[in-house]
Design a protein around this ligand. Structure first.
Ligand code: AP5
Length: 217
């Protein structure tokens, strides 16, 4: 099963992808996580991506497309995957469709997570992430077992791009560059819109219903 999780920053794509990847036993491929790992390791891709991520801008298409193309060659993707945060531009969507066509594959469903801006900002403001295992918490909505500490024992951090001024920039970038993908995939009959304004488990139920029912909206 090949799924794309699409939606604004902070809507809960990563939280849902993590849960479903375990349940469906397919990898969760999150371009944001891949870039943050590359930044931490100071690889050439990480060094190039840093200034874009810190400013809330998109990393250039070519860089991301190469990164994902390489990742999709790994054997663990043979039974499917969840793409979280990719594609994010029409150019990236076209590149993905070319890769899939070359492999005689297709996308099963694109889940578009929808949430109002006020709630998005609340979710981002309270997010804390684990720099070691990438697990994501929320100070109020999904707190860690021990304050400030991940279940793996590492101290949690707030992402640098979650500062209010950068969040504003990311929302503008989302509206201008990523939201056209909603119509792009709707026209292909692949889109299911998920109302993300509910608790984590309720949203998971909605996602599973959409994936199994393949109902377009
Ligand atoms: P990326 O890491 O992909 O960030 P994003 O898309 O902005 O998404 P987020 O990680 O902010 O949010 P999410 O939807 O995963 O929400 P989460 O589950 O964490 O990208 C970062 C940067 O990398 C980009 O700005 C760009 O520079 C670059 N980049 C990445 N991909 C790229 C690409 N393809 N092209 C170019 N550049 C790229 O949840 C948020 C919070 O809410 C958490 O605290 C969580 O616990 C909580 N929460 C989740 N669900 C619920 C719920 N139902 N109720 C209450 N709280 C909830």
């Amino acid at each position: 099963m090949r799924l794309i999780f699409l939606g604004p920053p902070g809507v809960g794509k990563g939280t849902q992808a993590e849960k479903l990847s375990k349940e469906y036993r397919i990898p969760h491929i999150a371009t944001g996580d891949m870039l943050r790992t590359a930044m931490a390791k100071k690889t050439p891709v990480g060094m190039e991506a840093k200034s874009y991520i810190d400013a809330g801008k998109l990393v250039p298409d070519d860089v991301i497309i190469n990164l994902v193309a390489e990742r999709l060659k790994e054997p663990d993707t043979s039974a499917g995957y969840i793409l979280d945060g990719f594609p994010r531009t029409i150019k990236q969507a076209e590149a993905l469709s070319k890769i899939l066509k070359e492999n005689r594959q297709g996308i099963d469903r694109v889940l578009y997570f929808d949430l109002n801006e006020e709630e998005l900002v609340k979710r981002i403001a309270g997010r804390r992430s684990c720099p070691a295992c990438q697990k994501v918490y929320h100070t109020s909505f999904n707190p860690p077992p021990q304050e400030g500490i991940c279940s793996c024992g590492t101290a949690l951090v707030q992402r640098k791009d979650d500062r209010p001024e950068t969040v504003k920039a990311r929302l503008v970038v989302y509206r201008n560059e990523t939201s056209p993908l909603i119509q792009h995939y709707r026209e292909q009959g692949l889109l299911s819109q998920i109302d993300a304004d509910a608790g984590v488990d309720d949203v998971t139920g909605r996602v599973k219903e959409a994936v199994l029912g393949k109902k377009s909206s």
